[in-house]
Design a protein around this ligand. Structure first.
Ligand SMILES: [Cu+2]
Length: 117
């Protein structure tokens, strides 16, 4: 029966290593290059507004009203973000430049995203 015990110990060691590897890898860690999000609050766009070309842009709506972040040039659109917890992502334009946007629900809400090469 020593063989069985050795096999069981071996399986236990493998499982322990697997669990420790899983635990030491931070859950939900952002990929390298992920930028800070654009944050909508108090009917205004804030947070980070500068991104690299082709970078993933995250928009978080923490305001108590629904909003969108809609490109004035038709290049990106979050569509309606729920109040308090609405979030969406899109890919930043592939050409560097300044990209104006607005809220399609409240057109007086405007902002500009800067994309660097
Ligand atoms: Cu709005």
């Amino acid at each position: 029966m020593n063989k069985r015990i050795a096999v069981a110990v071996g399986i236990g060691v493998v499982l322990a290593i697997a669990v420790s590897v899983a635990l030491t890898r931070p859950a939900g860690e952002a990929d390298a290059g992920d930028a800070a999000p654009i944050v909508i609050d108090q009917f205004a766009y804030g947070g980070n507004l500068t991104f690299s070309t082709g970078e993933m842009v995250t928009v978080n709506n923490i305001d108590g009203a629904q909003h969108t972040l809609t490109s004035a040039d038709g290049l990106f659109d979050t569509e309606v973000l729920d109040a308090k917890a609405g979030t969406s992502t899109f890919v930043a334009p592939t050409e560097a430049g300044s990209y104006p946007f607005f809220c399609s629900i409240h057109p007086s809400m405007t902002g500009t995203m800067v994309v660097t090469g």
